[in-house]
Design a protein around this ligand. Structure first.
Ligand code: ATP
Ligand code: MG
Length: 573
């Protein structure tokens, strides 16, 4: 392919709205063009990489035995109402009406449509197991579209859905997808880690997200180098040792005027934050609940919601806090709250805590010398793991310390159980003609997000460094003297030979200075750069170099040996 035949417009300046390197490079390297917030056009180079990622995903899905289908993007509201998600997805779901006033959703995912499909096609156990997948555009009205393709309103996703006769059989389908994902990300040149993820209402251990580690990642992940435990912070557990606090005298009130936050009270009293019990009043499905955690920790809302077994959880409003405790938010605590019926729960690390400081349920007052067992209604069953894990926490599996890192979620595998099959009454007949509900799993990969994650993981100050498998073109031939016939012939010959070997080649045939061509080649990041010019040929050949080794000198090889040398370089990238 000739450069001059493609719509490529590289930019020297970073786009104003780009916060992370991969977003800047996507735009500067002319892979995508923004239309408006969260909406992008894929330019020819971007389209080629997107197609290459999609092709890898398709091959591995097929290899794992999944069957490709395409479902409509426009999905009737009735299906979403059947699952209940027309309501629960809230404003994240794009809605629209046709001229007959029928309501539709723009697909953010496709559990409803695919379950309805399976219900209508599968009648016998003989048709199971089946895993269906599609590579299709998805739409989500994200609160904050940002970071380019990472969090956009419209994005390309591979979504797969498995249907099985039993929970055990579903485990096998899950593992087939799990292993396919490992292969997919490795083939894309990505180091992606499977991490345990929250299973929402389903429960159990069967949800893994695949994360690419990057400082710009939106998710926190707890990693244990000791045993390999990795879990999304939403779910990451920690082990705590049993406390052996010394008995303390009776609690007493301390006047703490104007000090509301733990930091302020701790500065006022001259004691560390860890000596405090932080108490927060939540509204759990509309009922106030007090949650106590150590003063230097944060409540994990996901864990709390599961522990309480509620659907809707939010911090209670000012009125509720006052009514339930008798004080405003900065002065509340578990000792004698106004509402004696309010449930109080606490983080497991507080079991046996004595001599701590809590709010006094009286504005501007705190209590010191609180013994949680002696002075509150907390019983054993009220303690659970309720905090967000931190670096230095103890791994729940091996006892070593964990570290928190940032990750980009590129894929997600999830065992759904019978949640959707129940809603749609998706049943089949067993061999003894019993009716049974299908057991499902769902498996997503953000193809467009993966493309950008490759850039986030693989770039330097000059531009992108494409792994060979997903580069828009694997080889760029910088033609330095396009008007010189013998030079042009060498380039054309090399291009033909490489293409014959299945290598994607772009020839930079522009009337530009070498410096401009080199800069653009580095910015777009073609895996191997070849320079063909009169000077080089006079020295005995063409110059070749892998993009990933910027410090390495160009290697001069005779034109006849160039294809083999280039193939060898590509194999190492
Ligand atoms: P996130 O937590 O990042 O919002 P999610 O958990 O809601 O993602 P899933 O429903 O699991 O996403 O979707 C499957 C995959 O689709 C994700 O792993 C991610 O790679 C991709 N994805 C989700 N939302 C977006 C988006 N707004 N833009 C681009 N890719 C996305
Ligand atoms: Mg997810």
């Amino acid at each position: 392919m000739k450069w001059t035949k493609l719509m490529i417009q590289t930019l020297r300046e970073d786009p104003g709205d780009a916060e992370i390197d991969s977003h800047k490079l996507l735009v500067r390297a002319s892979l995508v063009k923004k239309i408006s917030g969260g909406l992008y056009t894929y330019l020819p180079l971007g389209m080629r990489t997107l197609n290459k990622v999609a092709a890898i995903v398709r091959e591995e899905m097929d290899r794992a035995g999944a069957q490709e289908i395409v479902m409509p993007i426009l999905q009737p509201a009735e299906l979403w109402k059947t699952s209940g998600r027309w309501e629960t997805m809230g404003p994240g779901l794009f809605h629209l009406k046709d001229r007959g006033a029928h309501e539709y959703a723009l697909s953010p995912t496709a559990e409803e449509v695919v379950t309805d499909l399976a219900k209508n096609i599968v009648s016998s156990y003989r048709q199971l197991p089946a895993t269906l997948y599609q590579i299709q555009w998805k739409f989500r009205d994200e609160i904050r579209p940002r970071f380019g393709l990472m969090r956009s309103k419209e994005f390309l996703m591979k979504d797969a859905y498995s249907f099985d006769v039993s929970l055990d059989a579903a485990d096998a389908s899950y593992m087939a997808m799990f292993n396919a994902y490992k292969r997919i990300f490795a083939r894309c040149g990505l180091k992606a880690y499977p991490v345990e993820a929250d299973t929402g209402d389903i429960g159990g251990k069967f949800s893994h997200e695949f994360h690419v580690l990057a400082d710009s990642g939106e998710d926190g992940i707890a990693f244990c180098d000791g045993c390999g435990y990795a879990a999304n912070l939403e779910k990451a557990e920690r082990s705590v040792s049993k406390r052996d606090d010394a008995p303390c005298p009776d609690f007493e009130e301390v006047h703490t005027p104007g000090a509301k936050t733990i930091d302020q009270v701790s500065a006022f009293m001259g004691v560390p934050g860890s000596a405090f019990v932080k108490s927060l009043v939540y509204s759990a499905d509309g009922t106030p609940v007090m949650v106590c955690v150590p003063g230097d920790r944060d409540v994990n809302d996901v864990k709390l919601r599961h522990f309480l077994g509620v659907r809707k959880l939010e911090l209670a409003d000012y009125e509720t806090v006052l009514q339930a405790t008798g004080a405003n938010a900065g002065s509340v605590g578990p000792v004698r709250p106004a509402c004696t019926a309010m449930r109080i729960v606490a983080d497991q690390s507080l079991a046996g805590a004595r001599g701590c400081i809590t709010g006094a349920n009286r504005d501007d007052y705190h209590l010191k010398n609180v013994d949680l067992a002696r002075d509150t209604r907390l019983a054993d069953a009220d303690f659970a793991d309720l905090v967000v894990a931190q670096t230095g926490d103890i791994c729940p599996h091996c006892g070593k310390t964990m570290a928190i890192r940032r990750g980009i979620e590129v894929g997600h595998v999830f065992k759904l159980g019978t949640k959707y099959a129940d809603a749609f009454n998706a049943v089949f007949k067993t061999d003894d003609l019993q009716e049974k509900t299908m057991v499902m799993g769902c498996y997503g990969i953000g193809i467009s997000r993966t493309l950008q994650a490759v850039i986030e993981q693989s770039h330097d100050k000059d531009g992108i460094i494409w792994p060979s498998a997903v580069a828009p073109y694997q080889v760029v031939i910088d033609l330095l003297d396009p008007a010189d016939e013998s030079v042009a012939n060498v380039a054309a010959e090399l291009e033909a030979q490489l293409e014959e070997k299945g290598v994607d080649v772009i020839v930079d045939d522009r009337e530009e200075r070498p410096g401009v061509k080199f800069k653009d080649a580095d910015l777009i990041g073609f895996t191997v750069r070849v320079v063909v010019g009169a000077k080089g040929l006079a020295k005995g050949g063409v110059e070749i170099k892998a993009r990933k080794d910027p410090k390495e000198a160009m290697k001069i090889v005779p034109p006849a040996e160039a294809p083999a040398a280039i193939l060898e370089l590509l194999a190492s990238c």
